[in-house]
Design a protein around this ligand. Sequence first.
Ligand code: TXA
Ligand code: MG
Length: 319
Amino acid sequence: MEMDRIAEAVTMLRAGNVIGFPTETVYGLGANAENAEAVAKIFELKGRPRNHPLIVHLADAQQLPEWAREIPDAAWALAEGFWPGPLTIILKRGERAIDETTGGHDTIGLRVPAHPLALALLRAFGGGIAAPSANRFGAVSPTTAEHVRAEFGNEVPLILDGGPCAVGLESTIVDLSGDKPAILRPGAITPEQLKSVLETDVPHLRSSKTHAPGLLASHYAPKAQVILVTAAEAAEREESLRASGKKIVRLSASSDLAEQARSLYAAMRTADEQGADVLLAVLPDESGLGLAIADRLRKAAAPREKSEPRPQGSDRQES
Ligand code: TXA
Ligand code: MG
């Protein structure tokens, strides 16, 4: 049982090692958020620029005041409404935040995840766990323990296996460090849900140079070229691409958005394994969860710099 490996995972974290663990969104690469050397290992493993901040995961909202300062009522309301869950809140950083984790920024991203293994790990560990998605910089996020193994092998010796992620897309990021709340990354907690709690519209900022460094389009990208089409043009487009000799994989659009979100990244990986040249995808309506799915599809389809090898230290955002 994976629960039996929690103690081992905690020992690894206390010793300054990096572990793989499941959350309800995607798998994370976790380290003690207060250990600069351990956090540095995460950046090295991912090949991620040091100024890209990491999210700190907590066992419960009571720990917020240790990690953030000047916490607005809105933050408590969102924590109450959506934690544990797929929501990251950006606040002004507090005493326990270190530069290595925040990328030197004056703010910090905090989240209480909903996966039972993640919560058990956080409770047993006691402190904050800094964790980005467990993929190399610029690549697709992992939604199974097998994806993490395939990407890091023995470089990450302990990976807790919590099964496939229930959500499948990274958490919604809401910035509450400024005057007005804003969505920096759409996710399973929708703008409609945020509005219902905050009683104000929370706009999605498509590019925020100040907050997420180099918020450039291309990201979450499989090796295959991603082409976005409308449902009406899909068949014709597929036909003409096929006629030009390309191997096409079509991402099936589903009326079940939750299912589409859950399977999106695995489908991108499968297309690469099958050696697809082109991944053809239909954009969903951009409301509710459709906003997050469309966001990831757009990032996967955005023009890339050289595709092989993946650019390291380029101006891609996130990962
Ligand atoms: O669902 C998730 O959020 C997953 C799981 C593991 O929790 N984590 C995740 O982490 O997606 P990562 O590092 O792959 O993406 C975190 C994003 C990055 O785009 C980063 O720039 C942004 O959060 N971020 C973190 N701290 C921030 C801050 N202080 N200000 C602005 N953006 C921040
Ligand atoms: Mg990521």
